[in-house]
Design a binder for this molecule. Sequence first.
Ligand code: NAD
Length: 485
Amino acid sequence: MLRSARIAPTTVRLARGYASSASNVKAAEISALSQIARQYADEVSSKWAGTSATGGNTKNFIGGQFTDSKAKDWLEVRDPGKTFADAQGDVGRGLQVVEAATAITSTLLGDKLEVTNDMDTYSRRLPLGVTAAITPFNFPAMIVLWSAALATVTGNTLIVKPSERDPGATMIIAELCKKAGLPDGVFNVVHGSANTVNAICDAPEIKAISFVGGDTAGKHIYDRAIVQGKRVQANLGAKNHAVIMPDANKNLTLNAVAGAAFGAAGQRCMALSVAIFVGESRKWIPELIERAKGLKVSGGFEEGADLGPVISPQARERIESLIGSVEKEGGKILLDGRGHVVPEYPNGNFVGPTVVEVDTNMSAYKNEIFGPVLNIISAETMDEAIDIINANKYGNGAAIFTNSGATARKFEIQAEPGQIGINVAIPVPLPMFNWSGSKGSFMGDIPFYGKTGLDFYTVRKTTTALWPHQDSLSSRAAVSMPQIN
Ligand code: NAD
């Protein structure tokens, strides 16, 4: 990982497609690195063969070899600026999936029943063959590991197309796979954007695609791949609500909501982007704003940084424009993070924690912002809050903060999103459970990891076998349909 956000917008370059000819990185881009950044960039590049944090071209990883792309067009890769602590969480949550997958000798056990005399029916799971994963920028290690672990322990090979905005973690995972002894060709990496993705959708050899990312790409990939008979699971965008009841533990609630709304600069699919204050809990809004103001915005490796920059200048512009839309549409900006400057990083893509008061017709509420922006809505009752959540097109997650078990129980049954938190702001389940949202946050039939993860990467086959014990003596053929009683 590169400690270079201060001066190094450009770190590595990435082939745009995967089929033309290579070109070298420009000297000007390399010299944009500071002394400090250069030191870390050199360290990363010297340790990990597939990465080039010093400004070179990112390689593909095919058949166990790092190979140079033949592309003519290259994309610029900038420092993603996740905070170091959040990056450690990214790797840790990914490793939990790997750990769960190592129980495969137990979880892959089939079923067997002696269905009648001398006749057994049993099932086994078989791999699909070649599978692919197309992943987003915001968890560059964890989401790759969701697929890498389950696809490979079930006997498939995998082609990963990581986000073109931060491919480095995938390249490090590729090298670790090789060092761990994974046979060449089992885990492969190709780069690029839409052209590479389309080639994956169209390749008849690829039997399944695991996609995580935004709605537009997800729908495109799902529609294109499914008509070709591929199995597709697509985790998409989100708008996650927290319902704050007046009987909640105020301190726990405000810390949890602030952390989940602004952590990772709001660039998590399970970030809390809407807080619905029910009744008297509305009085806590000023205190929530004070906590948001107290968060430190800085480079991801800076001591005590709570939020790093957002992923790109375009993302910052979009987020700032959605914040601006609130006042134009009649809402209120209670805390404005637009134009946030961190003196040590004058060119960083920073947006400070932002709190806006909205209604459900406003653009800032209707769209996934994917930035450190918390929408605030007031409701008189929990029923009203549940109606708001269920009317939203997304269904990734929702949380309730309360000290009443009965209130929580009603909420978990009636709120529609796929993951429910009770006094837990980001209820992403551990990998022994399955994970995917509902409604507009998911396309496909088989969710990620857990038992369903095994279903996604395998096909079931049943065998019915008859070994008549008298066979060695029998001389007459049985011509009627066998009956199983
Ligand atoms: P993105 O959709 O821009 O990119 C995801 C992948 O799709 C990348 O590999 C990209 O190259 C590819 N892609 C992008 N546009 C494409 C196109 N037009 N045609 C073909 N392929 C295309 O998403 P992102 O900005 O990297 O990630 C943020 C999004 O991911 C958010 O919407 C977030 O909610 C979602 N996300 C969802 C989950 C989940 O589990 N539900 C987890 C993480 C992120």
